[in-house]
Design a protein around this ligand. Structure first.
Ligand SMILES: *Cc1c(COP(=O)(O)O)cnc(C)c1O
Length: 357
């Protein structure tokens, strides 16, 4: 604490991301990174953008990247906003579209960056509890009184549970007076995307990330899609903050990655198949796993303590995520790795369980 800190800074509780340890012989299943590399086309595009033109600022409006995204989702480029990771895109959304007199609504168990942005931008919020099976109940959001906006990931994090498109449609139909943000960071692993509703609802924003399904967490690209007037609001905030959030290398890699839908499909299907195998094998060890449509699972053991299992795995160089929070402190969030990594995880878990019985 410094006496020079502003009142805002003194009051902040920053988000803590999963650790990125320097040790190399680690099985890293804690931050939902993709176990497969990015599209080779993206790597080649980054390599060829690595030239003398780096002395020039990148195009401030990222027209080419927006055009590639717009084509992929059958939208107009003016319905697309891009940023330095979807976390930055979300930050601008909170400031531009979710700060109002009535509270912003989000689930009690969800992406823990949301309350951090509320604190940063001084946004009132109200938590809507998930039901006992950890599902989002649309009715609970609709019955919560006047709201200044609604946000949740679909599938939700860290549960992995998704709502069907019909539920999102109902929410939009019955909540037309505030912005609804669907954070689709994990949508490519088996959830229906709400992007198809964008032309129908002028209060819908859908956010995507290249970090998970496109295996480009290190490149930092995220985007939002929605009505052009919502996007224009985001551009106003962005252009009051940083004119060039997407650098030349990121733009080149991002465009190539977005266009390589064949590779996206290939690795996403591989991860989905590994996920189903992992869930079944964990079940044989006594674990209960929430049905996931993400590249991670949320699981707990009826006998063995969540924090203990997290630590025991860490001692054996396997990193998973444990949240010391009400309702979920018995759970582990485990990223779906390669089949090989999943097998090692299962072997080590088996050892831990049998040595503590
Ligand atoms: C990973 C994640 C993000 C952020 O992704 P970046 O594009 O890497 O900033 C956003 N929302 C949720 C729910 C996530 O899990």
């Amino acid at each position: 604490m410094s006496r020079f800190w502003s009142k805002t800074v003194k009051g902040l509780t920053p988000y803590t991301p999963g650790e990125q340890p320097k040790i190399t012989n680690l099985i890293k299943l804690n931050t939902n990174e993709n176990p497969y590399g990015p599209s080779l086309k993206a790597i080649a595009a980054i390599a060829s953008a690595n030239n003398d033109s780096l002395r020039l600022y990148p195009p401030p409006d990222s027209e080419d990247l927006k055009a590639a995204i717009a084509t992929t989702y059958a939208l107009n480029p003016n319905q697309v906003f891009v940023g330095n990771g979807s976390d930055e895109v979300l930050a601008h959304i909170f400031q531009a579209l979710l700060k109002h007199e009535s509270p912003l609504l989000f689930p009690d168990i969800t992406y823990s960056f949301y309350p951090v942005y509320c604190k940063l931008y001084d946004i009132l919020f109200k938590l809507i509890p998930l039901d006992s099976g950890f599902s989002i109940q649309i009715e609970d959001f609709l019955n919560a009184g006047k709201n200044g906006g609604i946000i949740f990931p679909n599938p939700n994090a860290p549960t992995g549970l998704a709502l069907p498109l019909a539920a999102i449609r109902t929410l939009l139909e019955k909540n037309q007076n505030s912005v609804v943000v669907i954070d689709e960071a994990y949508v490519d692993f088996g959830t229906e995307s709400a992007t198809t509703l964008i032309t129908e609802f002028d209060n819908l924003i859908v956010t995507h990330s290249l970090s998970k399904s496109r295996a480009l967490a290190g490149l930092r690209i995220g985007y939002a899609m929605g009505h052009h007037e919502l996007i224009e609001g985001l551009e106003r905030v962005k252009n009051s903050f940083n004119s060039y959030p997407i650098d030349r290398l990121a733009s080149a890699g991002g465009i190539a990655a977005i266009k390589d839908e064949v590779y996206l499909k290939q690795i996403s299907l591989k991860i989905q198949s590994s996920r189903e195998k992992l869930v079944l094998a964990l079940q044989k060890l006594g674990f209960n796993t929430i049905p996931s449509t993400a590249n991670f699972i949320f699981t707990h053991h009826p006998i063995h303590d969540g924090k203990f299992l997290y630590q025991a795995l860490r001692d054996k160089n396997i990193l998973v995520r444990h949240f010391n929070l009400p309702r979920i402190d018995q759970y582990l969030r485990i990223t779906v790795g390669t089949d090989q990594e999943c097998e090692t995880l299962l072997l080590v878990l088996k050892e831990i369980l049998s040595s503590t019985n």
